[in-house]
Design a protein around this ligand. Structure first.
Ligand SMILES: Nc1ncnc2c1ncn2[C@@H]1O[C@H](COP(=O)(O)OP(=O)(O)OP(=O)(O)O)[C@@H](O)[C@H]1O
Length: 248
């Protein structure tokens, strides 16, 4: 029997009053794969990720993570997941080490000091561990946020713009790190991004969202071929502007 999908979303709908933010989404993400949710502002990416994390209640449809229903039984599986978003800040006065310790304790991480030391070595945080989290540069904060997202060695990672605010060299290094982590752990990664380079490099599949619906769903190279374009950015513009005359 094949293992259950890491993430499975079926007929998912979210209404905010009269606004239908997510309109009947169905997709599954396999363990060991990286999928991008791509779409313009307001396409429904954050709402979808919120429902997958069990933070936003669906109006209809189902979400399961590692075989567990996220509406009814999310506490059974939250410790096997994690997320990163540049929009979620850590307490500023706590040092990086203190923040990572708090999150590690929340997740019940064993040998937490050893885990923080390993992450610091991997993500080049040694010089930052005893500095207040609020005093870091945007790029340093992104690296710390990634350490937080990896603290419990999650099997499912939800990432919002994982390389936002990073210079190209550091962004490339973080992408490599995420790829190695995914392959070693067999983790499933779902990311929302506006950075097409990031998506092309990191993702084996792209789900293009528009007004809460799936416009297209394929590997980055396949989408580029399908739309007769030279890169994903041009495909994105085609989808956002409603040009759908795909090549085949
Ligand atoms: N809490 C809320 N209350 C009311 N409407 C909301 C709420 N959250 C999102 N929306 C609406 O739902 C739609 C989808 O928003 P969502 O934030 O999911 O899109 P997004 O693709 O993540 O956009 P962005 O790229 O701008 O972050 C938008 O029309 C938005 O205004």
């Amino acid at each position: 029997m094949s293992p259950p999908a890491a993430i499975a979303v079926k007929d998912l709908v979210k209404d905010y009053g009269p606004v239908r933010a997510v309109d009947g989404l169905s997709f599954a993400v396999a363990p060991g794969s990286t999928t991008a949710l791509l779409g313009g502002n307001g396409a429904g990416k954050s709402t979808t990720i919120g429902m997958i994390m069990g933070l936003v209640l669906p109006s209809a449809g189902t979400v399961t993570v590692l075989g567990t229903d996220m509406v009814r039984r999310r506490h059974d599986v939250l410790h096997r997941m994690n997320f990163e978003s540049p929009y979620v800040d850590m307490p500023h006065r706590l040092t990086v080490r203190q923040n990572l310790t708090v999150f590690g304790m929340l997740y019940g991480v064993k040998d937490l000091a050893g885990r923080i030391a390993a992450l610091a070595a991997d993500l080049d945080l040694d010089g930052l561990l005893d500095r207040p989290s609020g005093k870091l540069s945007a790029g340093q904060k992104t690296r710390v946020a990634l350490a937080k997202a990896l603290i419990n060695e999650p099997e499912v990672m939800l990432l919002d713009e994982p390389t936002a605010s990073l210079d190209p060299d550091t962004a490339d290094w973080i992408r490599g790190h995420l790829e190695r982590y995914r392959d070693r752990r067999g983790a499933a990664i779902l990311l929302a991004s506006h950075n097409m380079g990031e998506v092309e490099r990191l993702c084996d599949r792209v789900i293009m969202l528009k007004q809460g619906r799936i416009e297209d769903d394929a590997a980055p190279a396949e989408l580029v071929r399908r739309y007769g374009r030279s890169n994903l950015e041009e495909v994105f513009l085609d989808v956002a502007r409603g040009r759908r005359e795909a090549v085949s």
